[in-house]
Design a protein around this ligand. Structure first.
Ligand code: GAP
Length: 455
């Protein structure tokens, strides 16, 4: 099935509580979205999967959690105050602003893309993408500070503290997950381009001679994470090395991991070879030595940096788009979100077959309580069993557990698997551990096609 259009995903996301427009009752705000009850779970699961693979399972990477507002000198040294900008033109007639790169010709010759007026576009001016604010009670130039436009700089300015306190030797990395802010001129495509978003970045410090080797390793490693851990289809992912003229000011080589969205191939993550640009810039601006002793050569050196940097919101979008499927069953269509059980917001939904039988309801609620310490579980009796299955399919719940009249006699319940819709009959005492093992991939599913007609 081709990737669904964004409006299908936006509608599902809102209907099912994944993502809502920010401040919607006031008309929303471009570039800002809120995660709902299921969205926050999905997002947390993606962040946990990244942290586990980038930090917990490795010996050579440690994490930090830095302040969003940093000393403004950080952004002067990093080049963001002078250079983090897009060339923009304004329409004198309708007052809208456009990126010069998006125009189909020189501003002096073409009509405004919005109101169509000829000759109304100004010359291009640089527009800095950082959000500025004031720290302290007085709004004066001296108190200007910025909301960080990337998480990366904290890893550079804390390089020495981390290396010293954690007794690090090259090569090693510092990872961080956190919010970043950019006053994007053209936010849009749902949560693809936001003004407030989350990044997961890791700065990996290496001996300069090992720069190319580690760059290649991280490109491979990160591509594998998208396919093997997030479960994104490899046929919709590609690696795209940057042309020399599109490299950022700090980068010697960059490769993007891109996904084939309905809007075209688009960047999910960039792996950049930042050389020693940042550490040298901060050393020069702060007057501090940002070096490390290298045992092999017996010298102090400024390491090079390989940086895998990705956006959490783009990962959420990719998981939703890639997992979305519509299937024609015998009598109806079903929408199913085929996402990894480890990412699913709800792992198990417990459904009593008859909600007007108090013994069934009580038994199903008890089973839900037994599941909760092991996996995220939900009790639901607000519709017929067929509707409840469809609802859980649509939010990607891998297992539904049905408690029926027979359960009261034989103490067993039926587990139904989302993708195959096959079933297992399992003693209720064993259901929580069985589901926990299935979600963790410790055991294989052994379902059989159901006997009763499909609900
Ligand atoms: N430290 C390097 C850096 O920030 P970037 O390519 O500008 O590099 C890294 O950003 C990742 O952050 C991107 O690949 C993308 O996934 C995400 N990202 C960047 N700008 C974004 C935006 N406006 N909205 C959502 N995600 C964004």
């Amino acid at each position: 099935m081709p990737a669904p259009n964004f409006d299908v995903i936006v509608s599902l996301a809102k209907r099912r509580g994944f993502v809502f427009p920010s401040s919607e009752i006031y008309g929303g705000m471009a570039g800002f979205w809120d995660y709902g009850p299921l969205g926050v779970e999905l997002k947390n699961n993606i962040k946990a999967a990244w942290w586990r693979h980038m930090v917990t399972l490795r010996d050579d990477v440690v994490g930090i959690d830095a302040a969003i507002i940093m000393n403004p000198r950080v952004w002067e040294a990093s080049g963001h105050v002078a250079g983090f900008s897009d060339p923009m033109v304004d329409c004198r007639n309708c007052k809208l602003r456009f990126r010069e790169d998006d125009l189909k010709g020189p501003p002096s010759e073409i009509a405004c893309p919005s109101c169509g007026t000829r000759g109304s576009l100004t010359e291009a001016r640089q527009f800095n993408l950082m959000f500025a604010t004031h720290v302290g009670p007085v709004a004066e130039d001296a108190s200007v500070a910025y909301l960080r436009p990337e998480t990366a700089q904290a890893m550079f300015v804390q390089f020495d503290n981390v290396a010293t306190s954690m007794r690090r030797k090259l090569p090693f990395g510092i990872a961080q997950i956190g919010r970043s802010f950019r006053n994007e001129i053209t936010p849009g495509n749902f949560i693809f381009r936001l003004r407030e978003f989350e990044q997961m970045e890791m700065e990996f410090f290496v001996h300069p001679r090992d720069e190319d080797e580690w760059f290649t390793r991280w490109v491979d490693e990160r591509h594998r994470w998208w396919t093997d851990v997030l479960g994104i289809g490899a046929e919709r992912l590609r690696l795209r090395p940057h042309d020399p003229d599109e490299l950022s000011h700090y980068s010697r080589q960059t490769t993007d991991i891109e996904y084939q969205f309905p809007i075209g191939w688009s960047e999910l993550e960039g792996i950049a070879d930042r050389t020693d640009f940042d550490l040298r810039a901060h050393a020069a601006a702060s007057g501090k030595r940002l070096e490390i002793f290298d045992d092999a050569s017996g010298e102090h050196l400024v390491p090079f940096v390989i940086e895998p940097a990705m956006g959490v919101d783009r990962a959420v979008l990719t998981v939703l788009v890639d997992g979305y499927a519509e299937e024609q069953l015998a009598t109806e269509k079903r929408v199913v979100l085929r996402i990894r059980p480890s990412l699913a917001p709800v792992k198990a939904a417990v459904l009593p077959l008859l909600r007007n039988r108090p013994e069934l309801v009580e038994r199903a609620r008890r089973l839900t309580a037994d599941l909760k310490p092991l996996v995220s579980a939900q009790y639901d009796d607000t519709a017929s069993i067929g509707k409840l299955y469809r609802r859980q399919d649509e939010i990607g719940t891998p297992f539904c557990v049905t408690v029926d009249v027979e359960s009261l006699d034989d103490g067993a319940a039926t587990i139904r698997e989302r993708d195959s819709m096959t079933q297992e009959r399992v003693s209720m005492d064993l259901v929580p551990q069985r589901i926990a093992d299935l979600v963790a991939g410790r055991t294989a599913w052994e379902g059989v096609p159901r006997e009763a007609p499909a609900p």
